[in-house]
Design a protein around this ligand. Sequence first.
Ligand code: NAD
Length: 351
Amino acid sequence: MRVIVTGGAGFIGSALVRHLVLDKGYDVLNIDALTYAGNLASLTAVEGKSNYRFLKADICDRAAMTGAFADFQPDRVMHLAAESHVDRSITGAADFVQTNVIGTFTLLEAARGYWAGLGEPRSSAFRFLHVSTDEVYGSLGAEGLFTEETPYDPSSPYSASKASSDHLAKAWQRTYGLPVVVSNCSNNYGPFHFPEKLIPLTILNALHREPLPVYGKGENVRDWLFVEDHARALDVIAERGRLGGTYNVGGRNERRNIDVVNRICDVLEELRPANSHYRDLIEFVTDRPGHDARYAIDATKLEQELGWRAEETFETGIEKTVAWYLDNEWWWKPLRNAYKGERLGLIGGSS
Ligand code: NAD
């Protein structure tokens, strides 16, 4: 199995590359432009493996994408490259439209040209998995869950650009027959998560005894999934998902942001008791504009149709994650130092 992964130097992409290269033994070409969010240090476990290759390229570069398909001859594409941070999309939407919309369009076109030239049986077996977010569905009230039938209603420039890319991917399946599957996942957390996102920001600020900023009153609810569970889900969906279908991915782990922050403080109290009273560092700050109240995923279709289940609960996953950050200063310290001068995202959503 030969797989192109885009965005494989990012948070979820690197977990997916590690899973495909090390656990599945697939041949993987990782295409990543190495923006601020891309980090090859997340891939030291696969570096030097004969079934792993890296190409530094922008998915908006049509010639580079066409060349990569021709050279690597993939059986499958798993498209994760994106601008992914909601706060950055509010202050600089252009990069989000460029990468998430134009980049996805460019990749779909390159894939279509390559796929059209494949003979049978490879053309029927080819798959293009477009990886997206539950944020395309907008905000939920206190009740209900996002299903695959929930209408799109994005709130932020990030989620609007991802919604656009989902529509492009589905249209390429309906119009041109490109074998596309789409996945929409809830908030991820786990090792190798860039320090601007909710969970790592909280862990690292707490360790440095810096304020733990929480948007509004911390009442916003997110549905958390351990990143390695997501990586396994993506492999299953790419392998056996119905063409033209959408699969929601989630761990049934709804938590208010304030409860997530409190839980991290409590885990740190257990693991680093010397430096305690972490909850005293919490500071409530002015809410993000357009901040969605609640996201929650119904993953029944993925569970029943494809037999996937999350292995981690929020409790087990968050303990692993905090322990990982305590043990892996070599990974996060350079990032934290490099971005210290920049306004890092405040706490609200993971994206
Ligand atoms: P990330 O920001 O950590 O990583 C994105 C990667 O894409 C980086 O390595 C970056 O260098 C690369 N990239 C950005 N622009 C590029 C371009 N023009 N060309 C090539 N590479 C480029 O993001 P993530 O959190 O790992 O998310 C991966 C995907 O999963 C995204 O599509 C995101 O929308 C989706 N998603 C994320 C979450 C989440 O909670 N993080 C949840 C659901 C879906």
